[in-house]
Design a protein around this ligand. Structure first.
Ligand code: ATP
Length: 327
């Protein structure tokens, strides 16, 4: 019933600095300054609403996290990590259009509020369910923008660790918006984080989502940014086939498939998609150093130079390009 729970455990500072840096015009930072419109999503400890700033009528996505639920589900570290990563990635200098932007945070007694950019066209999984499969052109466009977003966060030593179609939202213009930094991690680990990781490993749990987790996480080996490229490989496979590459009746069997790299392309995989097949195979490498995107393989530039991306004429101009996913 929550009695005894100390809600102040999850207090966040009213982040005036974020507001000033990220959106000087958005001076409001209390629930009163917004009115909430429809609910657009639900997480395990949060609901997400469209929020309209009273003064300007600007629309945002407001994630409302229940403090009690965060404490009950022991998600305090996760929520602070999410805030820390998003704050760093949301300043005017660091901001990237393919990454969800955090404008400000505030709280009341029961809840934390994250005011974020609104990605109004659902997520890639929902789009995929409707389409069944993406065309090569659609998959190429989505993969290219996700690759750009990943390269951007990796430059800040952030690994996302939960890349999957559900966590790629679509903006109103049909561009990718990488979201959900609850599993993200700064690559340089503090002693405390190392200990936390060890505890988690001992409990043999893992972060991320079973189907997209890379072998090194399951084998308790150190991770680097290439775990996001493994998940990108899984995501491209899923976009083109409608299925996840590693699937089975239980997590145990999924993990066995992952660590032994047991997956196959369906018979109807488009014959014209040989480049996609090769890219997926190069991302799904057991050894992280063998993976496309790794430093050893030439980093993000090598990934972008893969023939699958030949149709991308100007990577810099992707944000202004017309999305094939608008229909
Ligand atoms: P969990 O908390 O269980 O890990 P989650 O991370 O998906 O779940 P949230 O981050 O709270 O939970 O998001 C819940 C849903 O709200 C998402 O699946 C998405 O559909 C929607 N959503 C989240 N952020 C935005 C946004 N910026 N714009 C539009 N919709 C969003």
């Amino acid at each position: 019933d929550g009695s005894g729970a100390n809600l102040s455990e999850v207090d966040v500072e009213e982040n005036a600095q974020d507001v000033k840096e990220n959106a000087p015009e958005l001076s409001s930072k209390s629930p009163k300054d917004f009115f909430l419109l429809e609910e657009i999503g639900e997480g395990s400890y949060s609901t997400v609403h469209i929020g309209c700033e009273r003064k300007t009528s600007r629309k945002f996505a407001i994630k409302i996290c229940s403090k009690l639920q965060i404490i009950r589900e022991k998600k305090t570290t996760q929520i602070f990590r999410e805030k820390e990563c998003l704050t760093l990635l949301s300043t005017n200098e660091n901001f990237h259009p393919f990454i969800v932007r955090l404008y400000c945070t505030f709280q009341d007694k029961e809840s934390l509020y994250f005011v974020m950019s609104l990605a109004s066209r659902k997520d890639l999984l929902q789009v995929l369910k409707k389409k069944k499969k993406f065309s090569i052109e659609e998959a190429r466009f989505a993969a290219a923008e996700i690759a750009v977003a990943l390269d951007h966060i990796h430059k800040f030593y952030i690994v996302h660790r939960d890349v999957k179609p559900e966590n790629i939202l679509l903006s109103d213009t049909g561009h990718m918006v990488l979201s959900d930094f609850g599993c993200a991690k700064f690559l340089e680990q503090t002693e405390e984080e190392k200990k936390e990781l060890e505890t988690r490993v001992r409990k043999s749990s893992f972060v991320g989502t079973a189907h997209y987790v890379c072998p090194e996480v399951l084998l308790n080996k150190p991770i680097d940014e290439t775990c996001d490229y493994w998940a990108l490989g899984c995501t491209i496979f899923q976009l083109l086939t409608g299925e996840r590459p590693f699937n089975d009746v239980s997590e145990y069997f999924i993990f066995k498939r992952i660590t032994s790299l047991r997956y196959s392309f369906p018979d109807d995989f488009p014959p014209s998609a040989d480049d996609a097949k090769d890219l997926i195979q190069q991302c799904l490498q057991i050894e992280s150093a063998d993976r496309l995107g790794s430093k050893e393989k030439g980093g993000a530039e090598a990934l972008k130079a893969h023939p699958f991306f030949n149709g991308i004429e100007d990577w810099e101009k992707l944000p202004e390009s017309t999305s094939p996913l608008l229909g």
